[in-house]
Design a protein around this ligand. Sequence first.
Ligand code: ZN
Length: 485
Amino acid sequence: MKNPTKAWWATASPEGLRLHQDALLKRFLQTRAVPFTKFYRNMFSANGIDPRDIRSTDDLVKLPFTSKADFENPRDFVIIPDEAAVKKEWRTLFRAITTGPANAKAALEQELRPILLTSTTGRSSAPVPFLYTAHDIARLTEGGRRLMQLCQSDVANRHVNAFPFAPHLAFWQAHYAGTGHNTFMLSTGGGKTVGTDGNIRIIDKIDPDAIIAMPTFLYHLLQEGKASGSRWKNLKRLVLGGEKVPAGMRRKLKELCAEMGANGVFIMSTYGFTEAKIAFTECLPTNGEQPSGFHIYPDMCFIEIIDPETGQRVPDGTPGEIVLTHLDSRGTIVLRYRTGDLIEKGLTREPCPHCGRTCPRLLGKISRVSDFKNLAIDKLKGTLVDFNKLENILDDTEGLGAWQVELRKRNDDPLECDIVLVHAVVMKGDEESLREAIHGRFLSATEFAPNEIRFHSWDEMRKMQGVGKELKEKKVIDRRENPKP
Ligand SMILES: [Zn+2]
């Protein structure tokens, strides 16, 4: 196994990383991305840009952004090589001369033939497929190995992957993390396949050191496990993905683990999305108020932060929207992809205060603007509402176990004014004091109070949120246009 402290991506100087990324980008654009994807070939020619004009990651600002709306035809983003041209590449010729034409052909197929597909969840739009070749799976495996190292997981540890069986990055990243780290990884398929009880029985039996899952589902699992008398004393890590993890959730998970006999559990959060084809993680220690930020693999992608209004790049340490460019992917690729995710404290190139690695890191909370962008929220009672802030406030409300915000029209009449319902599950205390707490927090953060706060059981809330069935729990429901249930 490679020593993580010696890996160049973790130790290189900012200048060293920059030069390396420039070299990767130039090769990627000139030999793969521009000649062999229809979308980028067209984009470069329509804008009069020669791929050789992009000499560095700084030059990327010459390129237009790519966004979800561009994926009308996902095939246009796939590297589909012109066989004759690829055969003439010096690397292929060299391989053919030294190892024979059959080996040269096999190497090209490894690099370029799509063999795996993941897809976006398609909550607000049609799902977009992303293809992986063996080259990409090697990267996914290496990314997974790094994830395990950043989490300081011992190879002798036992891991449970409780992401739903689905063609989604989260599941495959966790699976290949086990492969890459050469460690035991059992995938339960989450709640959909064997149910909560099945997951609990598996965890009872395996007695894992680490569980990798979506936070809301994991929270549910721990609660149910505790209620059924399970003691998961061996737990050392909870690795969370699929949705962002508010501070309140970390605290709640840690408390539950302690109640089940596991003290000193570290909670790590990951950040990944379909288009990145990789997930990034925090390193240890991440408990308390100072998470390390997500460590970015600079040999796999280039991350820039932009002002979402102007599209201009912002300096390090400045909040903005996360934009990603692949540096060495095959199958489906993106350049300057606008994630719609806002990072609270921007990007830093300072060495990590916890582990000393020098790779770039994303700092602070991530708000998924896409969750809220379709909500004409400023109309709510004439008040401009920052829903991301609201989300954080609800997540961190003491005693609130789970929640969902529902927007409706009064009497379901489209011409009527908006009303806001908060659905809540009590975790600690009684309904009345929680109602008061939510009311008060709403008022102080948004200057209006919800029209109604309804309490539910955990079971009801899980059904409402689609826990274990959807990759992302439904935290906000907008029924203003399609009033139903
Ligand atoms: Zn670190």
